[in-house]
Design a protein around this ligand. Structure first.
Ligand code: SF4
Length: 446
């Protein structure tokens, strides 16, 4: 393998949870009809995602597509639009071959910003309009301490939720304030108790490291407070300060020092969880080793299609990733949501990016390599008819030179080393194509 020596990329560039990133999407010339886009696509293991773009507060680190509050029946109008979109999408999927959803998720924003009755309606849309059998497939829902009320959680549990994910971020009140997400520890603990009372099998807790004033001791306090609930999953997120977010106006310490501090806290958190019965699934995700298996989940994110409902949701066919307009600034988000609620014709994709064979290879490599279990080389070769080492000699050579590939991995498995995993957010962007990089660089944040 060819090796190239160059300085290591910074460890915290961006979190690659989807490739290409939405900032590489553009208005589509001659917007294609959904029916044509989905014709011929496999539809027997689709993923359904519904986006609820409302929160009670805007956390200082958040650049997700969401707004604070929902004045004047906005949630009703939003659900009306979601219903219209679901109807149009289901029609576009057609009945020529069986349509089946293998997994479902409600995210945001905060889906539990909706009332219990509105959550019932959201589930109805997923089931009756889209045909998803929510009680038969994994259904994940995000929530927050203030909105995880007993009545809402009861609806979700009753409709088949298998996973409730709560953004706690920190159990230390001063840190929560520093991250512009003020909350009382007692309220967080009460919400966790209500979630456990539902009996939903998987509890996930999100925590953040790198907050101003956070030390190893205070980080450990949050980790232990979370561990006390024996969550089946824990996500440890590095704090990012991004343009147009609440924290974006006050950059903290020197970048290098902050990188070092985040890396130190990451390693501390990882080792703490590994020592407490958790296994690492990715840089961010940890799963309790003795947690019951989740049941059937035959959706493969590298290859299977996704249907996104709502104005912040993405949809993927093998050839096109599409969504609606994207923004981080509150005013822009409000106007995009308003425009979505007024949309009558959902039969075409209007904003997106075409994914050619080269991009599909990159996406497959990215999404597999960033998992701790690594990528079976044979699976890649079977799908693309070429070797990842031939397709990405420079990138993989560089990762190897940086010590980011696991030299001890079994034959035929391309896997990151612990340091490679630690640098996931620096490594991921190295695999972006020149075209996607250029589109992201040309994107004007709004
Ligand atoms: S982090 Fe979650 S709760 Fe906070 S503003 Fe973003 S979507 Fe809302």
């Amino acid at each position: 393998m060819k090796t190239t020596r160059a300085p290591a990329p910074r460890p915290y560039r961006s979190y690659v949870y989807a490739y290409p990133h939405k900032t590489a999407y553009r208005e589509l010339a001659d917007p294609p009809e959904l029916a044509a886009l989905w014709a011929g696509e496999p539809k027997d293991a689709l993923s359904l995602y519904a986006h609820v773009p409302f929160c009670e507060v805007r956390c200082g680190f958040c650049n997700l597509f969401t707004r604070i509050g929902a004045p004047g029946e906005l949630t009703t109008r939003y659900l009306d639009a979601l219903d219209r979109q679901a109807t149009a999408v289901r029609e576009a999927l057609g009945d020529g071959e069986p349509v089946r959803f293998a997994t479902a998720a409600f995210g945001g924003g905060t889906p539990t910003f909706l009332t219990a009755a509105e959550l019932e309606r959201l589930c109805d849309i997923a089931e009756r309009r889209m045909g998803a059998d929510l009680r038969a497939v994994p259904l994940s829902v995000e929530t927050s301490p203030a909105t995880a009320t007993a009545d809402r959680l009861a609806v979700l549990a009753g409709r088949g939720a298998t996973r409730l994910s709560i953004g706690v971020q920190s159990f230390v009140e001063a840190e929560a304030r520093a991250a512009v997400r003020p909350q009382r520890r007692a309220d967080v603990e009460a919400a966790l108790g209500r979630i456990r009372d539902t009996g939903v099998p998987v509890l996930n807790i999100d925590l953040i490291y790198g907050i101003d004033g956070q030390t190893e001791e205070s980080w450990r306090l949050s980790l232990d407070a979370a561990l006390a609930w024996r969550p089946e999953e824990l996500y440890l997120y590095p704090l990012y300060v991004r343009p147009l977010t609440g924290l974006g106006r006050t950059p903290p310490e020197d970048d290098r020092e902050w990188d070092e501090r985040r890396l130190r806290l990451y390693r501390y958190g990882r080792d703490h969880l590994l020592a407490h019965g958790y296994e690492q699934v990715s840089m961010r995700m940890f799963r309790r080793r003795d947690a019951a298996p989740l049941g059937p989940d035959d959706h493969a994110c590298q290859t299977d299609g996704m249907i996104g409902l709502g104005c912040g949701a993405r949809s993927y066919t093998s050839a096109l990733h599409y969504s609606f307009d994207y923004a981080v600034d509150m005013r822009e988000i409000r106007s995009i949501i308003d425009a979505y609620t007024e949309t009558g014709d959902f039969s075409r994709a209007r904003v997106g990016r075409w994914v050619d064979a080269g991009e599909a290879r990159r996406r497959h490599l990215l999404q597999s390599l960033l998992q701790a279990e690594g990528m079976p080389v044979a699976g890649y070769e079977e799908r693309f008819g070429s070797s990842p080492f031939a397709d990405f000699p420079e990138e993989l050579g560089r990762f190897e030179a940086l010590g980011w590939l696991d030299g001890e991995a079994p034959e035929g498995l391309l896997r990151l080393s612990p340091e490679g995993l630690a640098h996931s957010d620096g490594l991921g962007p190295e695999l972006f194509s020149p075209g996607v990089r250029a589109a992201m660089a040309a994107y004007e944040p709004k």
